[in-house]
Design a protein around this ligand. Structure first.
Ligand code: HXC
Length: 520
């Protein structure tokens, strides 16, 4: 197109403005990030998305703030890159904060870009990945920054259960800013790089007198093991983005889609002899439930979620004949696999995610019950444990339980009780299903006989044996129809495949309501 020679060529102008805007904080910012062992906002997007697939939104947006000299400190893009692209061919929406622009702080326009991206993702029915590296609310912009966060939290909540939302913390994430990741489905952190806290070490020192380092307070290790705020911990950013891509491979784009089907692998076979030796016959001997899981699901591939938090329950994603499923297993190597406050929270949240996104649930049950003790009772194990019952009762995806060894009491109900709406309940021949373990049961119901006996220990042993013979087998439950089928361990994969095929097109309506009121 001809143009006035006095004015710059519009195409050249576009190119110059684009390249200026794409440089974000420029070389100094890039150098600073790299010096701190961090990637830049754009490098992170490149690591996440299929090459050349990124479409950027609002490249030319800038801050409108003028107070505190902000008019002289505007940066193109206002400290965040937003847009969409593809991860292994699946459409996703992305925001990546640029710490080089005013510490990645969130002002009015920065927030507006994120809000717009969130709204587009919801309309498109595609997952959101947010990459956070920020000093929080931009102090210069006051209430407008807070308003921005409010809109983001509101959209996070509207999108919850509609599209998967993933947060990646690759720098600071402090103050109220932490609540966006906390509302999303999965939080990834990088060891030594990510820091997440409500109030920092200085404020803590001033208020409580405690001395704590940033890493001890809000590093990846502490959040992935102690607080449970992070679901995944990576050793570096590259590993982190690879893990995010793997997680996305199990997920549908939205709540109306089915999870993506993969090819059926060659291993393991439907009848797998490797499984025969995994569970020790003696009920008190531990084994690692992951040895069952990896011998049952496609290629032994299992993406564990919350691997270092509440280790007494194992949750994660796997595939059965190409179909993604949510897998749950009590972990006998940790606290004998009991349910307690943290494992109940971990489990209930996972179940609700799977239910929202059409992932069938498969439970490997070996649970002696809920953890006794004042610490648990005072901490609210009743309301936390109730979440598990609520989450499973509410879930109407296919629900299959395999009772591996013990399934006692309330934990039996939660994880394998037909009454809760399980579609199939399978059991190994050495499964024990009862209100409680034989020792505890005999001491209660035969207290008088044991107390009055000449040899109380002998009578106790006899009564324990009597109880065990009657209840500590799956046949009593099978007689009442509360166990469908009893299988040998080697038959597990084939039996689970049939159970899923039988329930693949399950439809189960729920009463119309605004929403339930899950115990917290
Ligand atoms: C404006 C900010 C900023 C902020 C950092 N910067 N945080 N500017 N608003 N919140 C700027 C710094 O002034 C500096 O500008 C540049 O970003 C880099 O910051 P440094 O401090 O030099 O970096 P570093 O030493 O790596 O420390 C990073 C940090 C620290 C730990 C994040 O900057 C910090 O503590 N920032 C404040 C954190 C905070 O309290 N935020 C508010 C939380 S409350 P120059 O000009 O030097 O390059 C909140 C409310 C949300 O977010 C409410 C929602 C409910």
């Amino acid at each position: 197109m001809p143009h006035d020679s006095e004015r710059p060529d519009p195409i050249d102008e576009l190119k110059a403005l684009t390249s200026r805007a794409q440089a974000l904080g420029g070389e100094a910012s890039e150098e600073r990030q790299h010096k701190q062992g961090k990637l830049t906002a754009r490098e992170r997007i490149d690591l996440l998305l299929d090459p050349g697939s990124f479409s950027e939104l609002n490249l030319f947006v800038e801050s409108r703030a003028t107070d505190f000299g902000m008019d002289a400190r505007r940066s193109p893009g206002d400290g965040v890159i937003t847009g969409s692209g593809y991860v292994n061919g699946q459409l996703v929406f992305v925001a990546s904060q640029d710490f080089g622009a005013l510490g990645g702080s969130l002002g009015e326009m920065h927030a507006e870009k994120i809000v717009k991206m969130q709204e587009l993702a919801m309309k498109a029915g595609a997952p959101i990945v947010t990459i956070l590296d920020s000093g929080g609310a931009r102090i210069h912009e006051g209430v407008l920054a807070l308003h921005g966060y409010a809109q983001i939290f509101h959209n996070n909540t509207q999108a919850s259960g509609v599209i998967p939302q993933i947060s990646i913390i690759v720098g600071p994430c402090a103050g109220g800013a932490v609540y966006s990741p906390a509302i999303t489905d999965f939080v990834f952190m990088v060891d030594g790089l990510s820091k997440m806290f409500i109030t920092g070490p200085e404020v803590i020192k001033a208020v409580t007198g405690e001395d704590v380092t940033v890493e001890e307070l809000g590093g990846g290790a502490v959040h992935s093991s102690t607080s449970g705020n992070a679901h995944f911990l990576a050793k570096d950013e590259r590993e982190c983005f690879a893990m995010v891509k793997k997680l996305l491979s199990f997920l549908p784009s939205n709540n109306l889609d089915d999870p993506p089907l993969a090819e059926t692998p060659e291993w393991p076979p439907d009848e797998n002899p490797e499984l025969d030796g995994v569970v020790p016959a003696e009920a008190t001997n531990p084994y690692d439930v992951r040895d069952l899981i990896t011998n049952v699901f496609d290629d032994g591939d299992f993406l564990e979620v919350h691997a270092d938090f509440a280790k007494n329950i194992v949750v994660g994603f796997a595939r059965l004949k190409g179909r993604p499923v949510g897998v749950v297993g009590n972990q006998p190597t940790h606290l004998a696999g009991v349910l307690d406050i943290d494992s109940s929270d971990k489990l209930a949240r996972f179940v609700r995610f799977c239910d929202a996104f059409n992932l069938p649930l498969i439970n490997f049950v070996d649970v002696p019950g809920y953890l006794p003790g004042t610490q648990q009772e005072y901490g609210g194990v009743i309301r936390h444990g109730a979440k598990v019952l609520f989450a499973y009762s509410e879930a109407n995806v296919p629900k299959v339980a395999l009772i591996v060894r013990k399934s006692y009491g309330g934990a039996y109900i939660a994880m394998s009780g037909f009454g809760l709406g399980y579609d199939r309940v399978l059991a190994y021949p050495f499964a024990e299903i009862a209100v409680m373990g034989p020792e505890g049961a005999a001491n209660i119901i035969f207290r008088r006989e044991i107390g009055e006996a000449e040899d109380p220990d002998k009578v106790r042993e006899e009564k324990i044996d009597e109880y065990r013979t009657l209840f500590a087998k799956p046949y009593t439950a099978a007689k009442y129809g509360l166990v469908d089928v009893i299988i040998e361990p080697r038959q597990t994969r084939g039996a689970l495949i049939r159970a899923l095929e039988m329930t693949a097109h399950k439809r189960e309506d729920r009463p119309r309501k605004k929403h339930g009121n899950i115990p917290l």
